[in-house]
Each structure stands twice: as structure tokens, then as C-alpha cells.
Design a protein around this ligand. Sequence first.
Ligand code: FES
Length: 83
Amino acid sequence: MRTPRTVFNRSRHMDEKSIIDGLKKICICNSIQKKVILEQINNGVRTVDEISKRTGAGSGSCKGMHCIPKIREMLDESEKISS
Ligand code: FES
């Protein structure tokens, strides 16, 4: 049964989960968190190059080998949600 308390707890759990998710490092080389990339996407940035310029993601020692595919995936996911 859904009581106001269980709804509140579920909502709180989702908030905590999204906060923790946002702290994950997308760009390990430059220590850039997922929330930083999401902020750019939410501000309307739609290309990997632009996100890289604005955040520094992809400019580390691996030259984006690790993070660029993840950023591309996040952009694709954002496109799916908005269409
Ligand atoms: S993980 Fe982003 S440049 Fe290496």
C-alpha cells in the first residue's frame, strides 16, 4: 500500500540515487563528473566537441578513448528522451 510516507521515502531514495549517479566520473583523466556533463546537455549543448571544449572532458591522457563514448551515449539518450 502506498502511503504518503512510502511515496516520500521512494522519492527521497530516487534523489539520493541521482545524486550518487551524478558523482560518477565520466572523464577519469580530468576527474569530470557525470553531473557536469549533464548540466551541459541540459543547457542545450548537443555535440561531443562542444562538451569537450566547455568541460575539458576528452582532453586527458587517453585522448577521450574512455569518456567520449560515454558522452556520446549520454547525448544519444538525451535525444531519445526529448523526441
Ligand atoms: S577519460 Fe576523458 S580524456 Fe581520458
